[in-house]
Design a protein around this ligand. Structure first.
Ligand code: SF4
Length: 375
């Protein structure tokens, strides 16, 4: 650490020069402000929100669609939540999308549409944590502020030879935040912080870091001691909670029954096919017949022609789902019920609804399922 502090200006200059020469051309880095080469802080807010827990390659098309549809804070503030969720569909962690819209509304109401440039103000904006606030201040306004994401954790852990994984060790994480604050320069903060993240994304890789071409290799204690592959150590394995879901794609006259999820919790306010939790989570049976009999009796659905569509796993951060999807038809005589939270929609109309990714995957199987069934 002392070695690096002594050479801090050299370290900063090397990183900034390297970033300016080697940076990837990403859509949120597009220069949009006429008098400044800095990215629009609104685009920083959107991109950094999308990039939380999500890979750059996945985010690029979502970001492009999102800012095409909502190019300004004002446009997003006026957006319908369902449309925002629909654009977010497939990106996961949907509370980010809802909070981003609320953030835009707050920024319009309290700051006349200008994204704040003070960390303290930003931390009061919905969905904005320490990382996003630091990114907006440093990258959007070129003001000194630290940022720490997964890439920065890895780079600083190696530079300073921090031997525990900061994601499992709050003490190490605090140390890295302090370090990120100490190394950020007074000028060129945007390129410095972007460079730190870019280095982690393209050079200081988790496996096989490319130390031979690293611009700050002279400052790296992990390389100096030959521990670059061992630092940071692999995270402790999480035990994922296992859950099973049966999904019923109920069809009548080429329309499918969907229902809206509650306004709180996982996939809040999104739409899905009728979904049933098997009697016990430990149950491994795919025999849905008893559950179907109960539903027919309780809801008067009169379901028939049940066919297995697909069975697949879907992992979230803390949960491992197994979805078993069925196609079935509603008897002609059955009531075509629908409530405020239920709709009968065609496959074309279904495209307009935000669906959690597992249900979107199932929806893609329906055109062929409907054809098979009509034979
Ligand atoms: S020298 Fe290697 S381990 Fe050290 S920062 Fe550069 S890429 Fe990472």
């Amino acid at each position: 650490m002392l070695t690096m502090l002594g050479l801090l200006p050299t370290f900063q200059r090397r990183l900034v020069n390297w970033y300016r020469a080697a940076r990837r051309d990403l859509p949120w880095r597009t220069e949009r402000q006429e008098k400044s080469k800095l990215p629009d802080p609104y685009r920083v807010l959107v991109s950094e929100t999308m990039l939380q827990q999500t890979q750059v390659a996945t985010v690029i098309p979502y970001f492009q669609r999102f800012v095409d549809r909502f190019p300004t804070v004002h446009a997003l503030a006026q957006a319908d939540e369902q449309e925002v969720l629909q654009l977010w569909q497939g990106l996961g962690y949907y509370s980010r999308a809802r909070k981003l819209r609320l953030a835009a509304q707050m920024i319009v109401q309290q700051y006349n549409g200008r994204v704040p440039d003070q960390i303290e103000q930003l931390l009061l904006v919905p969905g904005v944590g320490r990382y996003t606030a630091g990114a907006i201040v440093s990258i959007g306004y070129d003001q000194p502020a630290p940022i720490v994401d997964g890439n920065v954790i890895r780079v600083i852990s190696r530079l300073d030879l921090i031997r525990t994984n900061a994601r499992d060790d709050p003490g190490a994480l605090k140390q890295i935040w302090l370090r990120a604050e100490a190394v950020v320069p007074r000028r060129n903060c945007a390129d410095f912080n972007s460079g730190l993240m870019e280095l982690g994304a393209t050079i200081c890789l988790r496996r096989n870091p490319r130390c031979a071409i690293c611009p700050v290799r002279a400052h790296c204690q992990a390389l100096a001691t030959g521990q670059q592959d061992a630092v940071p150590p692999v995270r402790k394995k999480k035990i994922l909670e296992k859950q099973r879901r049966w999904v019923l794609c109920i069809e009548r006259d080429k329309r499918y029954l969907i229902q809206q999820r509650p306004a709180r919790g996982r996939w809040a306010s999104m739409w899905q096919f009728l979904t049933v939790t098997p009697g016990t989570e430990e149950s491994t049976t795919d025999d849905i017949t008893p559950a179907l009999a109960v539903m027919n009796r309780l809801a008067g659905l009169k379901l028939r022609s049940l066919r297995l569509l697909s069975r697949f796993d879907h992992r979230l951060t803390h949960r491992h789902y197994t979805f078993t999807a069925y196609h079935c038809r509603l008897a002609k005589k059955a009531r075509l019920g629908a409530t405020q939270w239920q709709r009968w929609v065609s496959l074309e109309e279904l495209e307009q609804y935000p669906l959690p990714q597992p249900h979107r995957n199932i929806a893609q199987l329906l055109p062929s399922a409907a054809e098979d069934g009509s034979a």
